[in-house]
Design a protein around this ligand. Structure first.
Ligand code: NAP
Length: 348
């Protein structure tokens, strides 16, 4: 299955920017729980750009604003002066109650909630919230032999993301006007998960890329800016009320296809791919590959139908964006570690 798509449709992007810029009357008071690491960094910028009043609530361990490669000096200064901050630990009830006392928000974007109790504390502290938009995960789905996953598919009550399912249930029980977004793998500049970065490290060194089993496992990656746009499109959208949406790229891709797409994005020759059986190795608890060793992909048709949204990035263009604004500049989150690769390659 190919992951390639022609160049980004710049007209579509221009249309998006004009279509989401709001009139003064439609300006919303928005609270983002998060907004300083990855998805929220792009979401907050898009919301400010669209004319909303944006407040970030974080503990303040991470800088509240910092310039990213997508910013110009001018756009960053505008963002920095527009965005407000509340310093609080969202898990600390008394701190939340005092920091949010008397504050009113039309919309809450909950970008970092993991357990239902965390959302409950926010609802308790804020009282009335017009709209609550939650960042869930496609990791909630029960493993299935029929894919793509649709939003109606069963969740896995034993998944490590079960707190996300419980959060959706809590929001429904409390009669909140909620929407839940379930991203698959997210990539793009600033990615805190070593997804494309894992491949880029190997490509940079001209190393073979070890891929478990056949390499034909099918999965799905979505660019962070397309995800942020989808979050914006939920705002004030009646169709999205009490709905769940899968959000990711438009096409599916094999593990081998990701390796090749990363090389193409980095301007490198096609890499040598080495397939191995993970059962033949003891990696001592180390992760030898950054993705789940299974087919894992979703349908994004519901979001495309309801949200007037469609991804702008094809995989190679999106990976190029990530390479040019992150890894290719020498920035990454995790240093290269080829120890599991060496073990695999020594037995080939
Ligand atoms: N990566 C993927 O492929 C993937 C896939 C599916 C779903 N997701 C979901 O994506 C979300 C992560 O997005 P993101 O990190 O990019 O979001 P984000 O909006 O950038 O928010 C992250 C920020 O939240 C703050 N934070 C963390 N714990 C906090 C607490 N207890 N109280 C207050 N603030 C807190 C941190 O700042 P401070 O340290 O300063 O507090 C952090 O910088 C998660 O919900 C995850 O489940 C990710």
């Amino acid at each position: 299955m190919a992951a390639f798509r022609p160049a980004i449709n710049k007209n579509r992007r221009a249309q998006r920017l004009t279509s989401i810029r709001v009139s003064a009357a439609a300006t919303k008071e928005v609270l983002i729980l998060g907004g300083t690491r990855f998805i929220g960094v792009y979401l907050a910028r898009q919301l400010v750009e669209a004319g909303h009043e944006v407040t970030l609530l974080t503990r303040g361990k991470k800088e509240v604003t910092y310039q990213i490669p997508d910013d110009t000096d001018e756009s960053y200064n505008a963002y920095k002066s527009a965005v407000k901050h509340i310093a609080a630990d969202r898990k600390d009830k008394s701190m939340l109650d005092s920091k949010l006392a008397g504050k009113k928000f039309d919309v809450v974007y909950d970008m970092n909630g993991r357990e239902a109790e965390e959302a409950d504390l926010i609802l308790g502290a804020l009282g009335d919230v017009g709209q609550y938009i939650f960042c869930s995960s496609a990791g909630v789905y029960l493993k299935s032999s029929q894919m793509p996953h649709f939003e109606v598919d069963a969740g896995d009550p034993k998944s490590r993301h079960k707190g996300k399912l419980n959060t959706e249930a809590l929001l429904e029980d409390k009669g909140v006007n909620w929407t839940s977004i379930r991203p698959v793998y997210i990539y793009g500049p600033l990615n805190y998960n070593p997804v494309e970065e894992w491949f880029f490290h190997r490509i940079k060194e001209g190393r073979p890329i070890p891929i478990p089993n056949s390499g034909q496992q099918v999965t799905q990656l979505g660019h962070v800016k397309d995800l942020a746009t989808a979050f914006v499109k939920v705002l004030d959208n009646e169709k999205a009320s009490r709905q769940v949406y899968n959000i990711s790229g438009e096409r599916f891709v094999t593990f081998d296809g990701i390796a090749k797409a990363c090389a193409a994005a980095a301007g490198a020759p096609e890499p040598e791919l080495v397939h191995y059986n993970p059962k033949d190795f003891d990696f001592g608890g180390k992760k030898a590959f950054p993705l789940r060793d299974q087919h894992f992909f979703t349908s994004i048709a519901k979001a495309q139908a309801d949200l007037n949204w469609t991804p702008e990035y094809g995989l190679v263009e999106g990976l190029k964006d990530s390479f040019e604004k992150d890894f290719g500049r020498g920035t990454f989150r995790k240093a290269a570690d080829f120890s599991t690769d060496d073990l695999i390659l020594s037995q080939k």
